[in-house]
Design a protein around this ligand. Structure first.
Ligand SMILES: *[C@@H]1O[C@H](CO)[C@@H](O)[C@H](O)[C@H]1NC(C)=O
Ligand SMILES: *[C@@H]1O[C@H](CO)[C@@H](O)[C@H](O)[C@H]1NC(C)=O
Ligand SMILES: *[C@@H]1O[C@H](CO)[C@@H](O)[C@H](O)[C@H]1NC(C)=O
Ligand SMILES: *[C@@H]1O[C@H](CO)[C@@H](O)[C@H](O)[C@H]1NC(C)=O
Ligand SMILES: *[C@@H]1O[C@H](CO)[C@@H](O)[C@H](O)[C@H]1NC(C)=O
Ligand SMILES: *[C@@H]1O[C@H](CO)[C@@H](O)[C@H](O)[C@H]1NC(C)=O
Length: 696
């Protein structure tokens, strides 16, 4: 038995012990918390006032001058190592940049350059320090990060990048069906919170848009990586990721700041006439199943039929590459075009302008092939001496060499041929059918190393630009000099194909190509199911498109910068279709062309697209961002076409303001949805902007 005193004291002592123990735990917890907070504070430091960067986790947030977060990123996701150090003095730069190094893995330079009191840009440059660390940075693209746009056409053909889903793929031109990115690209991404990313041309860039495996949030990831085709020529021994992030208080301000301006620089009066003629007159593309169906009388009859229509203007006639016997001859096939000089003269008198398609490819069957090999004018096979030409396939060409435009001797050789041809046949311009990056031979090697196969196009366009008229190109990574137009990719003749037109036009306009040639009314090629890959095969027989599809496509095309036909509306032998086509032509002449012409001036001065997404009218309206099946011409006309088979109504969203209904001429208030808006088969929904003080 214990003494009574002890027994009495025991509970108190017990309580004291518990209390002391508790105090101890609290103190330990507080000290620990203070330690953790202190270190977090130390790690997540602010740089250049507006960047918060946690070096250990490599999490970055950038704020705009109003103090809102505009972009969040997870940087260096492939480093797999947390110990970070300031750079050695020998590695630091004297330009105000901050430098960190993750030992022997990667080094990061960050630098602020302020461009404007309202625009701040930061350059980030990652250098891989060992093989296998391909520098990779990812940016939040979840709905909370705003809407993202830019880059190029995607397989999903969505204008909003957040809806896409892509693993890493080289950021070079291709076909969306097989290569993930389309025929026109720009290394430019922008979000609605007011942040834009521009990646330097020298970066061997891979891009992915996919869910983060940890938190399932959508991310845009940029990676620098060498490979054996797209980024084969190494500028630095290990890949470097070099890009800039620019921020502003709002997206409209930022985008107009980033857009390339003064596109009129060096534009001659006759060149601006070309822009105007393309906006007012159609483009007639003569297609043929095989080159044997493409001959002088067929071309002449085609233009005769156009005149017979009566209501459509003459415009440009685009001849495909089959004017030559073998592609790469650069001479007219005299068997199929015996009196072509006369025929061209007749077509000119009828009021047409004639455009010849050329390609950088020389068929192995062409008489020029042997000469080009002998003179070493062709792209050669890698790992060989320069005498062995590298071969590729393109459209109807089964085997062809590629002119090496980086070689000093090639350009004069080609220019000479093109000039001779022009002076003999007196046509008006050339159309460059350049193919995409993947049409280069796999093991290509040029005289001057290309940083990627797309750079070839820039060489090709630049070396011809000032010597012959270039009407258009079908693939680009840099805007060709005005007035050269850029073609949209070919679209399948299906409702699905029709639905891809608007997102593609909007994306290309946004990334800096205001002067676009949309595909042909009704689509450019037949469905590929069961036939194999025909989308690049111009020799594939294009049947008359489905009538309902043709009608809806024509209505949409009426509002696009250029109206492009392969099949004339006459081919259906349907009077009501012809009647609708007449009405659309009248609408284009009276309403659309004046608006397009008005905004050409804006495009030339400020680089703003003619065909715009609704958010360019009101970037603060979330509904405008959500709508991707409508567009506007400048700020003046909203267009909401029917894009589904057999449908005669749709929902329409109108941005802020007062709008005049194009169908029933009533006035409508903006910032609201019109549900189940009725559109008959011969109609298209469009709305014209009225002054804000218009009274109902
Ligand atoms: C990084 O990109 C910027 C902007 O394009 C460029 O001016 C700079 O020279 C590049 N730096 C390196 C080291 O390539
Ligand atoms: C990505 O995440 C979103 C939301 O967390 C989810 O709805 C979507 O299905 C995911 N996509 C994929 C491809 O996993
Ligand atoms: C964007 O910012 C600019 C200047 O900072 C301002 O003039 C403009 O009204 C703003 N636009 C929107 C849509 O908020
Ligand atoms: C061209 O038109 C003429 C006169 O209408 C006709 O005789 C001839 O068969 C047509 N040729 C072709 C290839 O359609
Ligand atoms: C090609 O021309 C450029 C400038 O005209 C010159 O610098 C270069 O040496 C030439 N290259 C060859 C291989 O002749
Ligand atoms: C192009 O289409 C034609 C006609 O269907 C076919 O004979 C030819 O093999 C195709 N060419 C290619 C390169 O797919």
């Amino acid at each position: 038995m214990l003494p009574a005193t002890l027994r009495k004291n025991q509970p108190t002592e017990y309580k004291v012990r518990i209390f002391v123990g508790f105090l101890f735990l609290v103190v330990v917890f507080l000290v620990g918390l203070a330690y953790v907070l202190y270190h977090q504070k130390l790690l997540q430091r602010a740089y250049f006032e507006k960047i918060k960067f946690n070096k250990a986790k490599r999490e970055m947030k950038i704020f705009n001058i109003a103090g809102d977060i505009v972009i969040r990123g997870n940087l260096g996701t492939t480093i797999g190592y947390d110990k970070v150090h300031p750079c050695l003095p020998s590695d630091t730069r004297q330009d105000g940049s901050i430098c960190f190094e993750w030992m022997e893995r990667s080094r990061l330079y960050m630098q602020l350059y302020e461009l404007d009191s309202e625009i701040q840009c930061y350059n980030l440059q990652w250098m891989g320090l060992s093989t296998g660390v391909d520098p990779t940075d990812c940016f939040d693209m979840s709905p909370a990060s705003g809407y993202w746009y830019g880059g190029g056409q995607l397989a999903e053909s969505t204008f909003q990048l957040g809806k896409a889903n892509h693993d890493f793929a080289p950021f070079v031109t291709g076909k969306i069906e097989t290569n993930r990115w389309g025929n026109i690209l720009k290394r430019y991404f922008i979000n609605s919170r007011g942040a834009a990313i521009v990646i330097d041309n020298s970066t061997p860039l891979y891009v992915s848009i996919r869910n983060n495996t940890v938190n399932n949030k959508k991310e845009l990831c940029l990676k620098a990586k060498y490979d054996d085709f797209t980024f084969v020529n190494r500028i630095t021994p290990l890949p470097q990721l070099n890009y800039s992030i620019c921020t502003a208080t709002n997206m409209t301000k930022l985008h107009s700041f980033m857009a390339e301006k003064k596109l009129w620089d060096g534009l001659r009066p006759e060149e601006s006439n070309i822009i105007h003629s393309l906006l007012t007159e159609p483009l007639w593309e003569i297609t043929a199943a095989t080159k044997h169906d493409f001959f002088e009388e067929a071309v002449s009859n085609y233009t005769y039929d156009v005149i017979g229509l009566g209501f459509l203007k003459q415009g440009h006639v685009l001849l495909n590459e089959f004017w030559q016997e073998h592609i790469g001859d650069f001479t007219v096939d005299e068997e199929r075009f015996p009196k072509f000089q006369e025929t061209i003269e007749i077509m000119h008198r009828r009021g047409f302008r004639i455009v010849f398609t050329i390609q950088p490819f020389i068929s192995t069957e062409s008489k020029n092939f042997a000469e080009a090999v002998k003179k070493r004018l062709l792209v050669s096979e890698r790992f060989s001496d320069r005498r062995i030409p590298a071969l590729t396939r393109y459209k109807s060409l089964q085997s062809a060499g590629v002119l090496d435009m980086t070689n000093n001797n090639t350009v004069p050789w080609l220019v000479d041929k093109l000039k001779t041809l022009l002076s003999t046949f007196k046509f008006d311009a050339y159309y460059l059918d350049l193919g995409v990056a993947y049409n280069m031979p796999h093991y290509y090697q040029c005289e001057k190393p290309l940083i990627n196969p797309d750079q070839y196009k820039t060489y090709f366009i630049n070396s011809l630009q000032n010597t012959v008229n270039i009407f258009g190109v079908n693939s680009a990574i840099e805007r060709p000099k005005t007035p050269t137009f850029v073609s949209l990719p070919m679209f399948e003749s299906s409702w699905n194909g029709l639905r891809k037109v608007i997102p593609t036009v909007l994306t290309y306009g946004l990334v800096g190509y205001p002067f676009l040639i949309p595909g042909a009314v009704g689509g450019d090629y037949q469905s590929t199911e069961g036939i194999g890959d025909t989308s690049f095969n111009s020799s594939f027989i294009m049947k008359l498109p489905d009538k309902d599809l043709y009608i809806r496509w024509l209505q949409l095309a009426t509002f696009l910068p250029v109206i492009h036909f392969t099949h004339s509306p006459n081919n259906y032998g349907d009077d009501s279709l012809l009647e609708m086509a007449k009405e659309m032509t009248l609408l284009r002449q009276q309403t659309v062309t004046p608006a397009l012409k008005k905004y050409v001036g804006v495009a030339l001065e400020y680089g703003m697209p003619l065909v715009r997404p609704l958010w360019m009218l009101d970037a603060n309206d979330a509904s405008c961002h959500a709508v991707t099946d409508e567009f506007s011409i400048g700020d003046d006309i909203i267009v909401a076409p029917i894009l589904h088979a057999g449908v005669k109504e749709r929902d329409v969203y109108l941005p802020a303001g007062v709008w005049k209904d194009g169908i029933d001429k009533s006035l409508r208030k903006g910032s609201r949805w019109i549900h189940d808006y009725r559109v008959e088969q011969d109609q298209i929904a469009y709305f014209i902007k009225m002054p804000d003080d218009t009274r109902f």
